[in-house]
Design a protein around this ligand. Sequence first.
Ligand SMILES: Nc1ncnc2c1ncn2[C@@H]1O[C@H](COP(=O)(O)OP(=O)(O)OP(=O)(O)O)[C@@H](O)[C@H]1O
Ligand SMILES: [Mg+2]
Length: 277
Amino acid sequence: MEKEILKNSNEQLKKFAMIVNGDKPMRKVKPEEKLKAGVDLGTSSIVLTVLDSKNRIVYGAYEYDHAVQDGIVVNFMESVNILRRLKEKAEKVLGCELKTACGAIPPKTGEKSAKVVANVIEETGMICTGIEDEPTAAAKFLRLVNGTVVDIGGGTTGISVFKNNKLIHVIDEATGGFHMTLVLGGRYKIKNDEAEQLKRDKDKEAEVYAVIKPVVEKMAAIVQNMGAEVIDPVIVVGGATNFTEFTNTFSKTLKRKVYKPLYPQFVTPLGIAMFDD
Ligand SMILES: Nc1ncnc2c1ncn2[C@@H]1O[C@H](COP(=O)(O)OP(=O)(O)OP(=O)(O)O)[C@@H](O)[C@H]1O
Ligand SMILES: [Mg+2]
């Protein structure tokens, strides 16, 4: 059953990655067709996802940004400008207009930040149809009924526990991939930009991982000590989980199996679009 969940998700994620990298729509879109869009304003990147009415992947694009910090929009106009560019690109490729979109915020960040995300979306000319919790969006994409989703992005780690399709526990910690970058920078005495590049260098992964492993262990300890029972399966998502050994380290600390889908950074953005009804 657990494998089945990831199998379906992985097929979709593979398709999505192909589109994002190749800039091609999956299929022709009729001008009058109802499309669903998701906007993920992240600390590391802004992602736009487009699905059809049956939640099949149609299009996606992203841009790196510095307009969001710890999951909160700190530069409104920069966020709007990036999203506007992504929307225009999407409309050009698809040959039709994106009329609506759903957004998301980290759990418990409140009404005010939800309003800011909605304003960013509406400023680009789309109607904002809702603002979801990021981990709830991830769980929706993974079709998770029971389990624990750990979303580790650039600046935040969101943990959410689901029982019988209901969110029973949620926490959000200000730690993420950026903390790995800081540790690397400190270890090698290099600037953040250089450390960020080194972190993503596949040829140096073994060396890099040895340095950042304690950060990963700390992240797993956050899950262990979150103040609620961990429900299986544990699924890690988000860009910061992009290390081969990541799930092994998590498994050892949590003493249970840990799953990671392909292209984990696209799980939450795809889940957000599923809510644009
Ligand atoms: N190949 C990779 N190897 C290591 N780390 C990576 C890789 N790709 C992305 N990351 C890291 O993942 C993080 C970004 O993840 P993600 O795109 O999920 O974040 P975000 O949604 O923008 O941020 P947040 O959810 O915290 O607001 C960054 O710290 C980035 O350095
Ligand atoms: Mg995120």
